[in-house]
Design a protein around this ligand. Structure first.
Ligand code: ZN
Length: 312
C-alpha cells in the first residue's frame, strides 16, 4: 500500500514523518536543523526526505506545511523570514522534480487547523475557527468541512486583522494588528515598555523578557504581568467576536505556547468575547477548547492535507 510523507518546515527545524495511507500514527519520524553543514535548506530538506522514504512501498505524495505567506495552488513559498533565499520559491515543483511524486503545500497555521479538524480537538465539527498564539498569531478556518483558502490561497491570516488604529507595529509592517497586541512578542514588548515608563514589577531586574517570563511572573502574582496577559486576552476576545460574526463556527481551537498561560489570558478573553458579540446566539453551544496536536500540528496538518487531496 502507498505511503504518505508529511513535512513541517520551521525556521530552526525541518521535521518529516511517514504514514501508511490510512494511518494516523507515524511509521517513522525524523528531524534536522533547517540550516547547517554548508548545505542549503532545500538540500537539507531533500536529504531528510530521502532518509525517510519507504524501502519497498510506493509514495502517494509529499505534503508540506510551511510558514506563509505562500501559494498553495501553485506550490510557491512567497517568503519565509527565517530562511534566506526562499523568495518566490517553487518548492512543490522542485520536490516533484527530485522525487517524482505529487507534492502538496499549505500554510502551517492553515494546515494546523485542518489537522485539528481531521485528527484533533475539532473532530466532528463542520465549522472551525483555529488560532495559534505564539511569537506570532496564525489562523485557519474550516467552513462546511473545507479549509477556507481564498482566491490566491492566502485566507485565514487571522493575526493580521486591525484591532487598534495606529496601534503597535506588527511583524508584517502594519500597525495595530491582533498579532501586535496579543502575541507572545506583543506581551513581552508591552511589559518592556511599561517598565521603561517606570512601572514596578518583579521583571524589572531582567535583562531580557520573554512571554514565558511574563506568564511565570503573573502566576506568582506580579501585577504588571497579570495586566499584560489580561490586556492581550481582551484583544483576543475582541478579535474572536469579529471572527464569530464572520464565520459562525461551532468550535474555537486555541493553540500555541501563549495559551499555556491559562485563565490569566483566557478569562479576560471570554469576558470580552461575551461582551462584544452582536447577538448571544453566536455563543450558543460554542466550544472554546485547547488544541490537541501540540508540536505535531504541522505534521498532522500536512497529513490531513494529503488525505484531502487524495480524496478529491
Ligand atoms: Zn500584521
Amino acid at each position: 500500500m502507498s505511503q504518505i510523507i508529511a513535512i513541517d518546515i520551521g525556521g530552526t527545524q525541518l521535521r518529516a514523518a511517514r504514514f501508511a495511507m490510512d494511518g494516523q500514527t507515524a511509521l517513522q519520524t525524523r528531524r534536522t536543523s533547517t540550516q547547517g553543514d554548508g548545505q542549503t535548506p532545500f538540500e537539507r530538506l531533500c536529504d531528510l526526505i530521502t532518509n525517510i522514504l519507504p524501502a519497498d512501498q510506493p509514495v502517494a505524495g509529499i505534503a508540506v506545511a510551511a510558514p506563509g505567506p505562500l501559494d498553495p495552488y501553485n506550490g510557491i513559498i512567497f517568503s519565509t523570514p527565517n530562511i534566506a533565499g526562499w523568495e518566490n520559491f517553487p518548492i512543490s515543483a522542485k520536490l516533484n522534480e527530485r522525487f517524482d511524486v505529487p507534492v502538496w503545500l499549505g500554510n502551517d497555521a492553515n494546515l494546523a487547523a485542518l489537522g485539528e479538524w481531521k485528527f484533533g480537538a475539532a473532530r466532528g465539527h463542520k465549522h472551525v475557527l483555529y488560532l495559534t498564539i505564539s511569537t506570532g498569531i496564525g489562523g485557519g478556518v474550516i467552513i462546511d468541512d473545507r479549509l477556507l483558502a481564498g482566491t490566491r490561497g492566502l485566507a485565514g491570516e487571522l493575526g493580521h486583522v486591525q484591532i487598534m488604529q495606529g496601534g503597535p507595529l506588527c511583524g508584517c509592517g502594519q500597525r495595530g494588528h491582533l498579532e501586535a497586541l496579543a502575541s507572545g512578542t506583543a506581551i513581552a514588548n508591552f511589559v518592556r515598555e511599561q517598565l521603561a515608563g517606570g512601572e514596578k514589577s518583579s521583571l524589572s531586574r531582567r535583562a531580557q523578557i520573554s512571554a514565558r517570563d511574563v506568564s511565570e511572573a503573573a502566576q506568582q502574582g506580579d501585577a504588571l504581568a497579570i495586566h499584560a496577559l489580561s490586556r492581550a486576552g481582551e484583544h483576543l476576545g475582541q478579535a474572536i467576536a469579529g471572527f464569530l460574526h464572520t464565520f459562525n463556527p461551532s468550535i474555537v481551537v486555541l493553540g500555541g505556547g501563549v495559551t499555556q498561560s491559562g485563565d490569566l489570558l483566557l478569562a479576560p478573553m471570554r469576558r470580552t468575547l461575551e461582551a462584544s458579540v452582536m447577538d448571544k446566539s453566536f455563543l450558543k453551544n460554542l466550544q472554546i477548547v485547547p488544541a490537541a496536536l501540540g508540536d505535531d500540528a504541522g505534521l498532522m496538518g500536512a497529513l490531513a492535507l494529503a488525505h484531502t487531496m487524495l480524496e478529491d
